[in-house]
Design a protein around this ligand. Structure first.
Ligand SMILES: [Mg+2]
Length: 499
């Protein structure tokens, strides 16, 4: 069927030497046991040019804030720092602060506008206990689609702060108005129309995507698309990306065994929404769907019927998505699907990690050395206390004995002082080095996967819920479709110490 198609590049490809294109493994995943691979579309198969999309979204949102929400015209002149927001932050509607939370849900650092909130204020607001991320008070910045929302909020807060004026509304309203304005821009197709009109401006081309999907198909995997986007938008963007890329695959539809739009994730994983077959224009056809035919497009649907119609269950299905909650956490919790998370930002993150390998090594060595010095200080402290007790207990000490004990204590105390200075110098060097490394990732928030010494909340979610993760779907091209992705063994400290 596929005569004339050159497969040599596909079949001979091997794991990439470029670390930004590797697939990283949290839990063992044997692709030989995977019968079906499902894909989300936005930010998964389709990767957007973040800066261009942020600019478009913010421009359209500001227009809506002025026209639909009666915000003053001056917000059109708000200066936006597009590097300000990263994924994984949370927005506090009550204060307008944007916070980075660690794996224990403790707020590590926060900003009001573009100014860092003092440690004193942060501790008085959030303390050092876990905060409730399910509370209505907080909004999570879970996807790259949500970056403009928080970027604009910080910009508006900063604008009024610099002018020394109060915001036109309170921070809770500001948050909700921005969200409503963005939703309006999504729902009335303002944003999508602009993307469809000039897809090359907003969508990254990926020459490896067609061959990657084809390679998985050749290996016998069923491929399905499960997106929340509407029919017309899916058709337009996927056509731009895949139509005519490979011979015998004229249409993007030819790559998939099942195509589901308007998937309504996360509801797809929890509720019995029906499948509705659509005609070629996206209009619903009045019929009961009992099987999912290739090259047809269906709207809605639910996981239970999808698994039944594919005759597959959780562990045989790999779902590839970018939304940590809707795509990964829910599919893992509800159905035990195997999960691959696409993290577009990993290209930068891995590059910076490689560039700073020597710095990370130095920080690690400083940590190890500091722990050893702590042990030395503790030993000398124990010694001086023991000698104090000896002196109190034995009243009849001779003068030479007292002298020996006193001089031993003095030596121990002197050593404690010297070790403390050494320890402080090490901790200072480690802290300064870590701050320098952090700034190179993002000058406000540092590394996306970490908060100080801990994993960030985002990093912890990636570790807990994504079996594998990578920067883009087409990185699968460099691996066998039956690859056994193997995780590193994990160790507790008492085990690692003795390796
Ligand atoms: Mg997505």
């Amino acid at each position: 069927m596929n005569h004339g198609l050159d497969l040599s590049a596909v079949l001979q490809a091997s794991p990439p030497s470029d670390p930004t294109r590797r697939i990283y493994v949290n839990r063992n995943l044997d692709m030989a046991e995977i019968e079906a691979v499902g894909f989300d579309m936005d930010y998964t198969l389709v990767q957007y040019k973040q800066r261009a999309l942020d600019e478009l979204t913010i421009e359209k949102t500001i227009e809506k804030l002025v026209t639909s929400f009666a915000y003053p015209e001056e917000i059109k002149s708000v200066k936006i720092d597009y590097d300000f927001i990263i994924r994984g932050l949370i927005v506090d509607k009550k204060t307008g602060h944007i916070c980075k939370v660690d794996q224990n849900r403790v707020v590590g650092r926060c900003y009001h506008g573009y100014q860092m909130v003092s440690e004193e204020e942060r501790l008085s607001l959030y303390g050092s206990k876990p905060i409730s991320l399910t509370s209505d008070r907080f909004i999570r910045v879970d996807t790259l689609f949500s970056l403009p929302e928080s970027t604009l909020m910080a910009g508006i807060i900063e604008h009024y702060k610099q002018k020394g004026e109060a915001l036109p509304v309170n921070t809770g309203e500001l948050c909700m108005n921005i969200r409503s304005a963005i939703d309006e821009a999504h729902c009335d197709n303002t944003l999508k129309a602009a993307i469809i009109a000039d897809p090359s401006k907003y969508v990254h081309n990926d020459d490896d995507l067609g061959p990657t999907l084809h390679k998985l198909k050749l290996a016998g995997k069923k491929l399905f698309l499960l997106t929340n986007s509407e029919h017309y938008y899916t058709e337009a963007v996927m056509s731009h990306l895949l139509d005519g890329v490979l011979p015998y695959f004229e249409s993007w539809r030819d790559y998939f065994d099942i195509i589901l739009v308007n998937g309504r994730k996360p509801s797809f994983f929890n509720d019995p929404n029906p499948f509705i077959r659509l005609d070629q224009h996206g209009n619903p056809l009045d019929e009961v769907v009992s099987e999912l035919a290739p090259r047809q497009i269906y709207s809605g649907g639910n996981i239970h019927d999808l698994e039944r119609m594919m005759n597959l269950t959780g562990a045989q299905i790999l779902y590839v998505g970018d939304h940590i909650f809707s795509d990964i956490v829910i599919s893992k919790r509800s159905a035990w699907w195997r999960t691959a998370l696409v993290i577009q930002e990993m290209r930068d993150s891995v590059t910076q990690t490689v560039n700073h390998a020597a710095d990370f090594n130095r920080i690690y060595q400083l940590d190890q050395a500091a722990r050893q010095i702590d042990d030395m200080i503790n030993y000398q402290r124990t010694l001086t206390r023991s000698l104090e007790r000896v002196q109190k207990l034995i009243v009849a000490l001779t003068s030479p004995e007292t002298h020996v004990i006193d001089s031993t204590r003095e030596r121990a105390e002197k050593e404690i002082e010297e070790r403390k200075k050494q320890l402080n110098a090490m901790l200072k060097e480690a802290e300064e080095l870590e701050a320098k490394v952090d700034r190179s990732f993002n000058r406000y928030w540092g590394r996306p996967f970490r908060e100080r010494h801990e994993l960030s909340h985002f990093g912890a979610q990636v570790k807990s819920y994504a079996d594998i993760y990578t920067s883009q779907v087409s990185n699968f091209l460099f691996y066998s479709p039956d690859q056994h992705f193997r995780a590193e063994r994990s160790f507790l400290p008492h085990e690692r110490e003795h390796l």
